[in-house]
Design a protein around this ligand. Structure first.
Ligand SMILES: [Zn+2]
Length: 699
């Protein structure tokens, strides 16, 4: 560009607080190229703010040190929130490249703060004299959390160890970014191309049309492309009659990032596991899991192992019983002469569906027409939130979008503005798999901010003009993610560190799973489950069939989940010495599943190692157990709501006041006791997972 004299440098739109309502991001004002300069500005600004705190000649006070740190780094926090949400929800090569560059630099930036001796000395002085500070409860907890966070981040290490720690963190930032980018690339590249319509026999018209369009978009007009979800199991396996194609899809799924090409994650995993174990050792822990769990509600690997040991045998026993039912069906249908075969992993979904049809006279095809996306959202998810908490929603089409498919809603509680909810439902190549919630703006009294949160799902987008009809799983996921969203929206805390979902990882999946119960609550179901063509409510007989089939296939669901959980623990409970000896990632996986008693071939882990993002790139390393750990609270909470009469405003208000609005401002289990009036009990979980039957001990 020619230099025109004295033109003021344009302000990078990412570095300013958005003037839009609730400081909603100005998605239409920045370009990909703005991120790197914005990160530079944010880090420079943040570092200067921290230096002022560390070098303050005044004696440390709660305000000039702890609160000042809470206030620092705002620009960087804002840029990061937008950037990392986009790399998850709508990435491209430019953003991927920036992410690979910036992740290790951010890691170093954070280490420089966490390991700053002058800063830590001020925090420690305050903490040691905390009894004299006269702090309110939330402020006292903030001081305590800062102290714990500094220590856990290595503030007490020697200079040489600090240097080593910083190197480990940078390596991990690079490795985990690479892991995630490999998973996305491999999931896209492993989509299964099918030549003929005949092979798709069993798939509904909508799915066939979507497969035809996906193929066309990749230059294979006239063929069909089955795209992959991030889990091991793939939705098409439920419907496809062609066994060979089911097998192809299954193999494509489990071989992701395990194919010996550039995007193979085996060496990446081996390095991640080793560096994490070494880092834990440096910090004084026997393993990465021990380090992670110390700061959770579970506290120790022993506590987690105990729960998993209790659940795995009955879950696998249930799965074996379910398999026996399916095998009977296969044998009856095929007969020994007509090619009867032994049930394999790629047959499970298909025959489970067949048994379900037979036993409960129920199949997904009957249900789907009643689960139209917009009705589920507005008359289901939003409706339940209205009945329980007084929420209402107004769509804000005026707010900018980062992708045409997203929708934004202003949220009101009893008519009073509460925040913004962004809804991003569809699968696309630029989006990572799975479903998640994220926050763009965290609520806090300190800044006077209300929440701007988003839910992301991976619902296959039908061809233009077709209705978006959901499976029961997708409906459940929508309620789940909105539970996270409400945890963010209802947050009513003073400090950003405690806002919304900033709670221990094994507690964060509790409010989300607790919200799932409303998906099948009769009054809610009646309100949203209406036929997309006729508007007729779901027939009562169908509702009853769904209810009675609720525990169906739980053996499979629990086993595939536990297998992944045990795998996550096995990798992360290794000492540095043990991790250094791992040369064969696949063999370790096989062995770990066998040792845990979940090596049952028809039920593979929900994620295998090479595409297990929760464990190797998301924030759930040694933490995938969190779902079942918090499900103990969930099942106990379901009982509470039922005892109190269910979907009632007074119940919602109690739950919101005592738990949802508190974020991390109070110890998680204290919150639970405050809400429930006692400690949680495990009985309701065993009951709903069908795990109460005794299991014969194998010798
Ligand atoms: Zn969740």
């Amino acid at each position: 560009m020619p230099a025109t004299a004295a033109a003021p440098a344009p302000v990078n739109p990412l570095t300013v607080l958005s003037p839009l309502p609730y400081h909603y991001p100005q998605f239409d004002k920045f370009k990909d190229e703005d991120f790197m300069p914005a990160f530079e500005i944010g880090m420079k600004e943040g570092r200067a703010e921290i230096d002022r705190i560390a070098n303050n000649p005044e004696a440390p006070s709660f305000d000039n040190t702890i609160v000042a740190m809470e206030r620092s780094g705002q620009t960087l926090a804002r840029v990061s929130a937008i950037f990392f949400n986009l790399t998850g929800a709508n990435t491209n090569d430019t953003l991927d490249k920036i992410e690979a560059d910036i992740s290790p630099r951010l890691s170093a930036y954070n280490d420089a703060i966490n390991l700053d001796p002058k800063l830590y000395a001020r925090v420690k002085t305050l903490y040691d004299g905390r009894a004299q500070l006269g702090l309110d409860a939330e402020s006292a907890r903030l001081l305590e959390r800062y102290t714990i966070n500094f220590v856990r981040a290595g503030a007490q290490l020697s200079d040489a160890d600090k240097k080593q720690l910083t190197e480990y963190n940078e390596q991990l930032a690079k490795l985990t970014t690479q892991f995630q980018q490999n998973v996305l690339k491999e999931s896209n590249d492993s989509a299964v191309l099918v030549d003929t319509r005949e092979e798709l026999d069993g798939l509904d018209e909508g799915a066939v049309a979507a497969a035809a369009e996906a193929a066309k978009a990749k230059g294979h007009e006239g063929k069909f492309l089955i795209t992959l979800q991030n889990t091991t199991g793939q939705p098409a396996e439920t419907d496809l009659k062609n066994r060979a194609l089911r097998e192809r899809i299954y193999k494509a799924s489990v071989e992701r990032a395990n194919r010996g090409n550039d995007a193979d994650n085996k060496p990446v995993v081996a390095s991640i596991v080793l560096v994490r174990a070494k880092r834990a050792e440096l910090l004084g822990y026997p393993s990465h899991a021990a380090y992670q769990l110390e700061d959770s509600t579970a506290k120790t690997t022993a506590a987690v192992n105990k729960l998993l040991d209790q659940l795995a045998p009955p879950a696998v026993a249930n799965a074996r019983r379910e398999a026996a039912d399916m095998q009977k069906l296969i044998d009856r249908q095929k007969g020994a002469q007509n090619g009867a075969f032994k049930l394999a992993a790629w047959d499970w979904a298909y025959y489970a569906e067949a048994v379900r049809k037979q036993r409960y006279n129920l199949d997904e095809a009957q249900i789907k027409p009643y689960f139209e996306l917009d009705s589920v959202l507005q008359n289901g998810v939003f409706y339940a939130a209205h009945e329980l908490y007084g929420l209402s929603f107004t769509e804000r089409s005026d707010l900018p979008k980062y992708h045409p498919d997203i929708r934004s809603f202003e949220v009101f509680k009893d008519g009073v503005p509460l925040g913004i909810f962004i809804f991003d439902p569809f699968k696309r190549d630029s989006k990572r798999g799975g479903a998640w919630m994220n926050s763009y703006i965290d609520q806090s009294e300190l800044f006077g901010y209300q929440a701007v949160v988003a839910n992301h799902l991976n619902i296959p987008k039908p061809s233009a003009g077709e209705p978006v009809l959901l499976t029961s799983d997708e409906v459940q996921t929508m309620f789940h993610e909105f539970g996270h969203a409400m945890h963010g929206l209802f947050s009513n805390v003073k400090y950003p560190l405690f806002s919304g979902t900033n709670v221990p990882r094994d507690f964060v999946e509790y409010p989300s799973q607790a919200n799932e119960m409303w998906a099948t609550w009769p009054k809610v179901l009646a309100n949203y489950a209406k036929h997309y063509k006729t508007g007729a409510p779901m027939p009562l007989s169908l509702v009853q069939k769904i209810k009675s089939a609720e525990k169906f296939n739980q053996g499979f669901g629990t086993t595939e989940y536990l297998a992944a959980t045990l795998l996550d623990q096995a990798w992360h409970q290794l000492s540095a010495e043990q991790a250094a000896k791992i040369t064969d990632v696949a063999a370790f996986e096989k062995d770990a599943l066998a040792k845990a008693g979940v090596d049952y071939a028809p039920v593979p882990p929900r994620y295998r190692t090479t595409y297990f993002s929760h464990a190797f790139s998301g924030g759930y390393s040694a933490g995938y157990y969190s779902y079942i750990w918090s499900e103990v609270l969930v099942a106990d909470t379901d009982d509470w709501f039922k005892e109190k009469g269910g979907l009632k405003r007074e119940n919602g208000d109690w739950y919101r006041e005592h738990l949802l609005s508190k974020g991390g401002s109070i110890e998680a289990m204290d919150l639970y006791r405050d809400f429930r009036g006692r400690d949680p009990v495990i009985g309701p979980l065993l009951e709903r997972r069908g795990l109460t039957a005794p299991v014969a001990k194998k010798k």
